[in-house]
Design a protein around this ligand. Structure first.
Ligand code: NAP
Ligand code: G4F
Length: 352
């Protein structure tokens, strides 16, 4: 039987690496788009080349979603059955400083891929997956959020991604392209970027414990997120494209926790006993109550720092994934505690 061909924009990222593994195990030929960078940045997919069964079906191409001729040529040469657009400037905080670049990548990048499909794929055989996000709900009141909730993004990232959500739907309706959105809530893993809160907290606290860093600096501790595991969330991405009709799906766990809950859980799992105190200016800090590793009693282990607050914040994200459970038969199995456990275990190994 002829193998299916997938093209992944964003293969070097967290989700791209898990999705590539999933598709290769399902016997796809996977084309992945990597950017030209001054340093090699394929660490999340390098292990695939050590697996003799997987490596033969993985082909990497240089590309960038800000370059239409490149996107067009890739789609035209490869003629994939499925295209996954995971490419993005994906950091919400950074999007306030790189607003225009974020729009170029996260909005117009999507349009470029859809235009390439519209022009090249006259028979409408290609399927397109867009990595949408819970950030498009912003602080909208209708919680928990589902596919019918209002969109009120509050960051340049959320707004750029909302454009992509709508343009994907527009191209589906106007041109009959099989184009679907996965509205994914936060998902983490040992492969998460180091400047997102889960991985930053785990790496930071381990460094303090080992005496390689004095203190961990964080921003807003009160916001709540619905955190799942990336490995399970990429399965949903694939299932969305296997459904008989194109559609939009919320992918979440249905449970949420505050950033402070996350920090306290990491401290507990590493046996560090702390109490939280508050400065007169309102900023909080955590002091250790006993010696542990290189941490001394009364040492400040975590401190809030204004540098890590954002100009605007999404306060409380919780998703309702009942449509995905009903229609594509997807549900999460790994809970928050197990996710953090896995991330800490892997980080301790990395540390050694
Ligand atoms: P990630 O680790 O930051 O990966 C982003 C990927 O996009 C990387 O491979 C990156 O390449 C690539 N990229 C960035 N700019 C590009 C450009 N101009 N052209 C081509 N490729 C570009 O993100 P992730 O966590 O895997 O998330 C995957 C997608 O899902 C993103 O679109 C993100 O916005 C979205 N999303 C993520 C979450 C989440 O919680 N993880 C939730 C909802 C939606 P480099 O390696 O060269 O930087
Ligand atoms: O881990 P975060 O940076 O993730 P955020 O902003 O929720 O965005 C992630 O999830 C979205 C889905 O909802 C994706 F679309 C997006 O691509 C990305 O993957 O921050 C989580 C929370 C925020 O409230 C932030 O203000 O943690 C808070 N926080 C507090 N201190 C911090 C820090 N976030 C980061 N990155 N760094 C801090 O020092």
């Amino acid at each position: 039987m002829k193998k299916k061909i997938a093209l992944i924009f964003g293969i070097t990222g967290q989700d791209g690496s898990y999705l590539a593994e999933l598709l290769l195990r399902k016997n796809y030929v996977v084309y992945g788009v990597k950017r030209r960078t001054s340093l090699i940045h394929t660490t999340r997919i390098d292990h695939i080349y050590k697996d003799p069964h997987l490596k033969t079906n993985l082909i990497l191409k240089y590309g960038d979603v800000t370059d239409f001729s490149n996107v067009f040529n890739l789609v035209n040469e490869i003629k994939p059955n499925e295209i996954y657009n995971l490419a993005a400037q994906s950091n919400v905080g950074v999007s306030f400083e790189l607003a225009e670049y974020t729009a170029q990548t996260d909005s117009i990048g999507t349009l470029r891929i859809l235009e390439a499909i519209r022009i090249i794929d006259k028979k409408r055989k290609m399927k397109f997956y867009q990595a949408s996000t819970s950030e498009i709900f912003g602080n909208s009141p209708d919680k928990p959020y589902n596919e019918k909730s209002r969109f009120e993004p509050v960051s340049p990232y959320g707004t750029a991604k909302l454009y992509s959500f709508w343009i994907t739907k527009n191209y589906r309706e106007a041109y009959s392209i099989f184009a679907s959105n996965g509205i994914l809530f936060n998902h983490e893993s040992p492969r998460r970027g180091e400047n997102f809160i889960s991985r930053k907290t785990i790496i930071g606290i381990i460094k303090v414990l080992k005496g390689h860093q004095k203190c961990l600096y964080l921003g807003n501790l009160n916001s709540k997120r619905d955190w799942g595991h990336a490995k399970e969330f990429v399965l949903a991405q694939w299932k969305i494209l296997q459904h008989k009709t194109p559609d939009d799906f919320v992918i979440a766990t249905g449970k949420n926790y505050s950033v402070k809950d996350l920090v306290n859980l990491v401290l507990k799992k590493l046996n560090i006993k702390c109490i939280w105190k508050r400065h007169q200016n309102g900023l909080e800090y955590a002091i250790s109550m006993s010696d542990q590793g290189h941490i001394k009693k009364s040492q400040i282990v975590i401190k809030q720092d204004m540098r890590y607050f954002r100009p605007n914040e999404v306060h409380d994200l919780k998703g309702d994934y009942s449509k995905a459970r009903r229609v594509i038969k997807w549900k999460p199995k790994i809970n928050f505690d197990q996710l953090i456990d896995e991330m800490i275990t892997q980080e301790m190994k990395n540390y050694k």
